[in-house]
Design a protein around this ligand. Structure first.
Ligand SMILES: *Cc1c(COP(=O)(O)O)cnc(C)c1O
Length: 384
């Protein structure tokens, strides 16, 4: 059985976690602080604030840039549902725009057309690790005084060319970027998230709110020789990461370059292998972006039955996933008023599948995946 993804993690992470357990301090403390410094350095950011997952990082990011009741946030529907959910959790309105079928990310022209007086933020999602077109969207946002939050859940190690210079996703280019450490992403700690920014006020805000709005953290009080009484200036959340997870994350981070390089080689091999299946379209990068290939999304031939193809591949021992979901097609958004049609989002959701791609994958496994796809696409003669 070839899984869709499996984490690249081992003895070093187990030992790091074990050391934290034996230290007696398991919750957010010095390991989290060290992980934040190392993460910030890895993505080229001034500040990184660790939280429990990317969903809550996005929630804090929207609150930090001032998104509140009645505001509008522009984003793709073609993404994990958490993106739209956090907009609702701020009391704001998600305004969905359609995607470019080549990058699976929002089309800048459509973003421009969706901006209104009530637009407070644009959520730029680097879907499946493919950078969103920041060079086109940033000037639009700045011209309208709208904040930009990058959903970099999938995009650690991805690169984008901005003003002629290549840089890693996460500096960030917008106001805040949010990363995920879920096992479906390149690096994992089980569940975890990171918020990066160059704005010290946003960073302070997130640090305060992730810990119940507490003025002085428990670890600072623990290490103090004088009594410190904490205060609660604002109502907050418990969105903390633990030191056990941070210790795992610090080891994972040292594997990043190796993981990205390996995924790029595997993607290249897929591209060559898929070239001789008629009608199947392999994903490709625009010349200004280098993805980390967090997911490998292929477009099926016109008219192919997505579910049937997936089932036939599963019967041959190959796990796949359907194309990225569309929030507006789910029951949770059944009563949400769509302002714009989303044909490319729906087409990508129904007409694509994700192929297995993970660090330990061999060329033999890739051949098995591709031959199972080829076999699944062979038209059975109709039974008369
Ligand atoms: C995985 C993912 C999230 C959610 O990340 P969690 O860490 O699981 O909360 C958000 N956005 C996108 C695009 C994702 O792929």
């Amino acid at each position: 059985m070839i899984p869709i993804m499996t984490p690249f993690i081992g003895e070093a992470e187990a030992q790091a976690a074990s050391a934290v357990v034996l230290s007696g301090w398991l919750s957010q403390g010095s390991e989290v602080a060290a992980f934040e410094r190392e993460f910030a350095a890895a993505v080229g950011s001034d500040h990184a604030c660790a939280v429990s997952n990317c969903t809550v990082a996005l929630h804090l990011a929207l609150l930090a840039v001032g998104v509140g009741p009645g505001d509008e946030v522009i984003l793709a529907s073609h993404t994990f549902i958490a993106c739209a959910n956090v907009v609702l959790q701020c009391g704001a309105v998600p305004v969905f725009v359609d995607i470019d079928p080549n990058t699976f990310n929002m089309k800048p022209e459509l973003v421009a057309a969706a901006i209104t007086e009530r637009t407070k933020a644009i959520m730029c999602i680097h879907q499946m690790g493919m950078p969103c077109d920041m060079e086109a969207i940033m000037p639009l946002a700045r011209a309208h005084g709208v904040a930009v939050v990058e959903d970099a859940a999938c995009a650690i190690g991805s690169e984008i060319r901005m003003n002629g210079q290549w840089e890693r996703i996460g500096r960030p280019i917008g106001d805040i970027a949010c990363f995920s450490l879920h096992p479906r992403k390149l690096l994992t700690v089980g569940d975890g998230g990171m918020m990066t920014t160059s704005n010290v006020e946003y960073d302070r805000f997130a640090r305060l709110l992730r810990q119940h709005g507490m003025s002085v953290s428990d670890s600072v009080r623990h290490n103090s020789r004088t009594v410190i009484l904490e205060e609660y200036p604002v109502p907050g959340y418990n969105y903390r990461l633990t030191d056990v997870q941070a210790a795992i994350g610090r080891v994972q981070l040292t594997r990043l370059d190796e993981i990205v390089a390996r995924r790029r080689r595997l993607a290249q091999t897929y591209r060559e292998m898929l070239a001789d299946i008629p009608g199947v379209r392999a994903p490709s990068e625009p010349e200004w972006a280098k993805t980390n290939w967090q997911s490998y999304c292929v477009r099926l031939p016109e008219g192919a039955d997505q579910r049937e193809v997936m089932q036939k591949m599963l019967d041959r021992g190959v796990a796949t996933r359907r194309g990225i979901m569309c929030a507006h097609l789910e029951r949770a958004y059944a009563h949400h008023e769509l302002r714009l049609p989303l044909p490319e989002s729906e087409r990508a959701h129904r007409g694509c599948i994700l192929l297995p791609l993970f660090h330990q994958m061999t060329e033999d496994m890739q051949e098995q995946v591709v031959s199972s796809l080829k076999a699944a696409l062979v038209k059975q003669p109709a039974l008369v």
